[in-house]
Design a protein around this ligand. Structure first.
Ligand SMILES: [Zn+2]
Ligand SMILES: [Zn+2]
Length: 397
């Protein structure tokens, strides 16, 4: 891997990446409305002479995939490009959001701009790559109900792809530091619903009714034993009750009680086992208390799983490019990213790039009106994805 060349090419892109990042920042677009954003990305790629472009997903004109070369191994790199609903941007910047109620408050403008910078580096190194790359400019990461990653996969984005790279800028972490978690990197997050049906009646005559609220109370208590009594110590899981709806009057025993909850875990096998465990306990207690139960599991996000071998390649690339100590292993994050859908399909690596510690302008949390992107790390992002992709190509050859 030609470290000097990658660093020089990435540094040469810095000014232009910064300009593009600020242009996108000024015109943020929410998930599946990234028309203008995709226009900018297409314009930039075509200006680099890249023509193997596929645009428009999920029946929209949003999102774009660009291939550089045809050879295998082929490494895909994902940049999410959507903004989110934030009432107003509380930053005094000449390029602050011009769209009321919408802001790039997660840094996806930096992802789009830095992947364009990486595209220029790849294009310049096209003939010396030991494989090829697929750049995936993906809409709608923030919309949990219509994740862009799922649409991309359904429409063939991973066809002919051997491994996937994803990255995210991180506020409140040291500038330029590369952070990743080997194995499960985020918790999974899923929703469940449980209806408990009894028989309504007068509050004064419980013997003529079947009370679903008392049954729900027993079920809620017993569900706590899944984590404390059924899972081995050391396995991480959270089972939380989000809502409990029962009854409408003080002297009425209701017919039905509705519970919703969420579950989070780091272990795919535990995740798979939880719906059965909740159903069994709810059904058993329901029967014991003369109620019927209906359970619904709504899968939302699996965990991002970082392939350990890919993690080592990221570390190797980071060290060669920036010296020792720049790549740091960190504990699992409670956050989520729809990159998880890629990581269940292909060996993957997902990492963060720090923008600045708390107390700097880049310490404000993601999704806050004060969130700010540090343009100084765009070249770090670009060089790191190029270096890691090349390492992966060499390893998969
Ligand atoms: Zn976000
Ligand atoms: Zn984000």
């Amino acid at each position: 891997m030609n470290t000097e060349k990658i660093l020089a090419l990435a540094a040469a892109q810095e000014e232009h990446m910064t300009a593009v990042r600020r242009e996108l920042h000024k015109h943020p677009e929410m998930g599946w409305h990234e028309e203008r954003t995709t226009d900018v990305i297409e314009r930039e790629l075509r200006a680099m002479g890249l023509t193997n472009i596929r645009r428009g997903f999920r029946g929209t004109n949003c999102g774009l995939i660009c291939d550089i070369g045809e050879a295998r191994p082929r490494i895909a790199i994902r940049a999410d490009i959507d903004a989110l609903a934030v009432a107003f941007e509380d930053n005094d910047l000449e390029f602050k959001s011009e769209v009321p109620g919408v802001m790039h408050a997660c840094g996806h403008d930096a992802h789009a701009a830095s992947l364009l910078g990486a595209a220029a580096v790849f294009a310049a190194m096209k003939d010396e790559l030991p494989g090829s790359v697929r750049l995936m400019f993906q809409p709608s990461e923030e919309q949990a109900t219509t994740p862009g990653a799922k649409a991309f996969i359904a429409e063939g984005a991973l066809d002919g792809v051997d491994a996937v790279i994803g990255y995210h800028v991180r506020a409140g972490a040291p500038e330029g530091r590369i952070l990743y978690t080997p194995g499960p990197a985020t918790t999974s997050g899923d929703i469940w619903e449980l209806d408990i049906t009894g028989k309504g009646g007068h509050g004064s005559r419980p013997h003529e009714a079947v009370d679903p609220t008392v049954c729900a109370a027993q079920i809620i208590g017993a569900l706590q034993t899944i984590v404390s009594r059924e899972l081995p110590p050391g396995k991480f899981a959270v089972i939380s009750i989000g809502t409990l709806k029962s009854g409408s009057a003080v002297n009425v025993i209701p017919e039905k009680c509705e519970i919703t909850g969420n579950i989070r875990t780091t272990d795919p096998a535990v995740r798979d086992s939880l719906p059965e465990r909740i159903t069994r306990i709810a059904k058993g207690i329901g029967e014991a208390m003369r109620c019927t139960t209906e359970f619904r599991f709504i899968p939302v996000y699996p965990s991002i799983i970082n392939d350990p071998a890919m993690g080592k390649l990221l570390e190797a690339a980071g060290e060669e490019l920036f010296g020792t100590g720049r790549v740091e292993q960190v504990p699992i994050s409670n956050g989520s990213d729809d990159f998880n859908f890629y990581s269940t399909e292909r060996p993957s690596i997902y990492f963060n790039v720090g923008m600045g510690e708390p107390g700097t302008p880049y310490g404000a949390p993601h999704h806050s009106p004060q969130f700010r992107t540090n343009d100084a790390i765009l070249k770090t992002c670009a060089a790191t994805v190029v270096g890691t992709a090349i390492k992966m190509m060499e390893a998969k050859k």
